[in-house]
Design a protein around this ligand. Structure first.
Ligand SMILES: Nc1nc2c(c(=O)[nH]1)N[C@H]1C(S)=C(S)[C@@H](COP(=O)(O)OP(=O)(O)OC[C@H]3O[C@@H](n4cnc5c(=O)[nH]c(N)nc54)[C@H](O)[C@@H]3O)O[C@H]1N2
Ligand SMILES: Nc1nc2c(c(=O)[nH]1)N[C@H]1C(S)=C(S)[C@@H](COP(=O)(O)OP(=O)(O)OC[C@H]3O[C@@H](n4cnc5c(=O)[nH]c(N)nc54)[C@H](O)[C@@H]3O)O[C@H]1N2
Ligand SMILES: [Mo]
Length: 767
């Protein structure tokens, strides 16, 4: 059934009564009211469980309710009493389920039993855990280790992640792609080159001391709502917040703090952005160059008049290299080019530069709007250049602040889930566990896809996630997937990746983080790392959804026991009995960050990792921070020459966590009851001959012999720059060519896909 779209531009603040109503609605729909009192008591609280939604920092002194609307939705989704049982699978063939929407699949509730796909009946059938492990282990023993992939989505704990990467390495490969490859890989590669750290430098307390905040390409109201507390406090100190985003995202505009009775009663929101610049998709480098140009001009003037300098000359001289080249590039770049590529007038960029110049300490926040472009790395590194000009790294109240995605995506990297061998202490691992680790780099997400398409992958193990739905080129990938021999999906709910079956397919259900994880030594603690590098403990509080679930560490341990020869130095079973022992292993292999790990579990606010850049020590080749030159002003694959090619931004609604769709409302954008939409500039729509409220068809504007097209997208005249349009992920993933990824990081370029748009004559012909 096609839902009828309702669109009314939203003037509602983020938070406020809208979020309370949404919370009540989602708890009712998931029949999860019982978890509301627990939300208040335990969610992101000391000795409680850590939210499975976003990775934003958890304060040492939590608020009464340390959760947001979307954290609550994630919790209701996990703790719903609905169940996807063997009975459900007996009633539906996989072919039938392939026609279901993402929402409907997961909305059936939690998986309860290990299942194996039976091709004869086209159904999943329950299987015993022992039988499943024995069969998977026997199969894995028969494959070429280089042709097996161990994917991880970013939710699994540090303990599970450590065990999982060790399993892959003992098995014989570094094929450890993770969701980070689709996300902030650009950050990990880019910041390492600029600053010698793969992670951000900002801690939560920096928000209390900053006097200017920049934001590029991040949607705070939906994707990291708890960050709004820090932004609100900053605004109460009159700190300017300068936002660059093609869309006017409500979260960056106004916020009513649901924890603030006065504000709730008076409904008088806090204005968040003090400047809002609707940059065109892919236009950020140009915008930043315009700001840098302004800083140079102001600094020139200060030098002439003997006024206060804008550049931090001492910092630049002592701590950086490459400034002269960057300065020359900025001076050479002319305003007309900057205006054309950014889509912003010079005066706007001068205003942003002026605000920046006046601040003693600046924080720069960013998200997928910078990382998911062809020149994503240049985006991130140009932003770092701006900060370096004013010495805004390693000074209280300043720094670079990538807002990560999954709740432990950053941590998985920290404990060894990485396809790049240089990031992992392989020698130490080899010595400790008595084996010769594989030395060649493994496959990242895009490379794993390429290998699947080429028919060279025999088995794919998925620790969570919805890989096929999250990656580009859906049609090609789904077709290729079926030629694999084995697919093993460790999951909490049914999703489309489980339905694209291989020769043999297993669905292994697991606990969620808020559930009690009882092992031989008692209830277990797990840990995770937030966006600001702080490590937190999490203790499940709720009874498991089914008696047949195993924990993730247990599943990984049993897979390892079944697939690997016994190794007395790797006591998988004992580790799964007592996760503290896994933490001891992590502490011994990663001592700099994790020394005394078990003793530090309950440090309020988590304990931070050691990030040298915070001390202005630069772990780069040169020992300095690097100004790096952007290759071009546009970060997009679209060269901007054909006005009929639009840049498609694929993004998240407020009712979604990645491919998990909680509902069909995007309250903050005023979009209701449908996800098959396209937000378009009215002039573009009229020029392209699409009727108002009509349906559009998008076709990817690349010439590689593959037709990528999607129809049935209801057009919304939306406030975004001409030439930019926006629609939802994952519905639009089939439009993204697999080869359109960020240079170096290989993060798929999901944020400015070149597309042609036209009227769709056959309404509802969604593909
Ligand atoms: N509730 C909820 N929370 C989440 C998630 C979720 O799906 N739901 N996902 C989690 C994950 S894994 C991640 S990675 C993060 C993602 O969080 P975000 O980084 O916020 O990612 P997106 O939702 O893709 O939104 C990107 C933003 O960038 C803007 N944008 C697009 N292109 C450009 C551009 O070229 N320039 C600029 N300046 N802006 C641009 C878009 O308009 C949008 O506001 O959130 C995490 N948190
Ligand atoms: N076009 C486009 N594509 C994108 C993006 C985009 O912005 N645009 N964003 C990209 C980004 S940033 C990311 S991170 C990826 C996300 O890619 P993934 O991380 O692979 O996908 P998710 O949708 O987060 O995975 C959801 C599934 O995870 C399982 N799950 C949930 N919780 C748990 C758990 O605790 N344990 C286990 N074992 N399983 C669990 C459930 O079965 C659920 O169906 O998508 C990427 N794809
Ligand atoms: Mo992500």
């Amino acid at each position: 059934m096609k839902n009828e779209l309702k669109y009314r531009p939203s003037d509602q603040p983020t938070g406020g009564w809208g979020s309370v109503r949404s919370l009540v609605k989602h708890s009712t729909r998931q029949r999860a009211y019982a978890s509301i009192p627990a939300l208040l008591r335990e969610h992101n609280k000391p000795k409680g469980y850590m939210c499975t939604s976003c990775a934003w920092a958890k304060p040492g002194e939590p608020h009464t309710a340390e959760f947001c609307e979307n954290g609550a939705k994630a919790t209701f989704w996990d703790l719903t009493p609905k169940r996807t049982t063997p009975d459900f699978f007996a009633r539906h063939t996989v072919t039938e389920l392939l026609a279901w929407q993402d929402f409907d699949l997961e909305n059936e509730g939690r998986l309860t039993h290990p299942m194996r796909y039976d091709p004869a009946s086209d159904k999943y059938i329950a299987v015993g855990w022992d039988e499943a492990f024995a069969d998977i282990g026997a199969r894995l023993k028969g494959y070429d280790p280089k042709r097996v992939v161990f994917y991880a989505s970013g939710r699994a704990s540090l303990e599970t992640s450590f065990m999982y990467q060790l399993l892959a390495r003992l098995y014989g490969n570094n094929n450890l792609p993770d969701s980070s490859n689709m996300c902030h890989e650009t950050t990990s590669v880019g910041l390492a080159q600029s600053l010698g750290t793969p992670v951000g430098t900002v801690l939560l307390e920096d928000f209390e001391q900053t006097d200017c905040i920049l934001s590029f390409g991040q949607n705070v109201g939906t994707n990291s709502p708890r960050l709004l507390h820090s932004l609100q406090l900053a605004r109460e100190r009159d700190v300017p917040i300068v936002v660059f985003n093609p869309l006017r995202e409500r979260g960056w505009e106004t916020f009513v703090n649901p924890q603030h009775p006065g504000q709730m009663l008076s409904n008088s929101p806090t204005q968040i952005a003090t400047q809002y610049h609707q940059v065109r998709a892919g236009g950020d480098i140009a915008a930043m160059m315009g700001m840098a140009k302004t800083l140079l001009a102001m600094d020139d003037a200060a030098r002439e008049t003997g006024g206060a300098r804008v550049l931090d000359e001492g910092f630049i001289a002592h701590h950086t290299t490459g400034f002269a080249e960057f300065e020359a590039l900025v001076r050479r770049t002319a305003w007309p080019e900057i205006e054309r590529e950014s889509g912003l007038p010079r005066a706007a960029l001068e205003a942003a530069g002026d605000t920046f110049a006046r601040a003693r300490s600046v924080i720069a926040i960013y998200g997928m709007g910078l990382t998911q472009h062809r020149l994503g790395l240049d985006n991130v590194q140009t932003l770092v250049n701006l900060l370096l000009m004013g010495g805004h790294i390693g000074r209280p109240g300043s720094g670079i602040c990538p807002v990560r995605g999954h709740s432990n995506v950053q941590g998985q990297r920290t404990v060894g889930i990485a396809e790049k061998t240089a990031l992992v202490p392989l020698d130490a691992m080899g010595e400790r566990y008595g084996f010769t680790p594989p030395r060649e780099d493994g496959l990242n997400t895009v490379e794993a896809c390429e290998e699947v398409v080429a028919g060279r992958i025999q088995a794919f193990i998925s620790l969570g996630g919805n890989f096929i739905r999250a990656i580009p080129d859906t049609t090609v990938m789904e077709a290729s997937w079926r030629s694999m021999d084995l697919s093993v999906q460790i999951a909490t709910k049914l999703n489309r990746s489980h339905l694209i079956t291989a020769g043999t397919t297993y669905l292994l259900p697991t606990l969620v983080r808020s559930e009690i994880d009882e092992q031989a030594t008692g209830p277990q603690i797990v840990t995770m790392e937030d966006s600001t590098t702080c490590i937190h403990a999490s203790r499940g509080k709720h009874a498991p959804a089914s008696a047949n679930l195993l924990s993730e560490p247990r599943i990984v341990a049993e897979l390892a026991k079944a697939a690997l020869p016994p190794n007395p130095k790797v006591p998988w079973g004992a580790w799964a009995d007592d996760y503290a022992r896994v933490r001891d292993e992590i502490a011994s292999l990663f001592p700099r960050d994790f020394h005394d790990f078990n003793a530090r579990l309950d440090v309020p606010g988590g304990f931070p990792r050691d990030v040298a850049a915070r001390r202005r020590e630069w772990e780069t080749d040169s020992g300095k921070a690097h100004f790096l030159l952007p290759q071009a002003l546009s970060s997009s694959f679209d060269d901007g020459r054909d006005p009929n090619v639009l840049r498609l931004v694929t993004l998240r609604s407020n009712d979604q966590f990645n491919t998990t769709v909680y509902g069909y409302d995007d309250r903050l954008r005023g979009i209701h009851d449908s996800r098959m939409i396209i937000m378009m500039n009215r002039q573009d729509r009229e020029r392209l001959g699409i009727p108002e409220h009509g349906d559009a068809r998008l076709t990817t504007a690349v010439d590689d012999g593959v037709l990528r097209t999607l129809g049935g997208l209801r057009v919304i005249d939306y406030d975004l720059p001409a030439g930019t349009c926006a629609a939802y992920y994952p519905e639009c993933n089939g439009l993204i060519p697999l080869w359109q990824y960020a240079e170096q990081s290989k993060t798929p370029a999901a944020k400015s896909v070149p597309v042609r748009a036209g009227p769709d004559r056959a309404p509802g012909s969604g593909g």
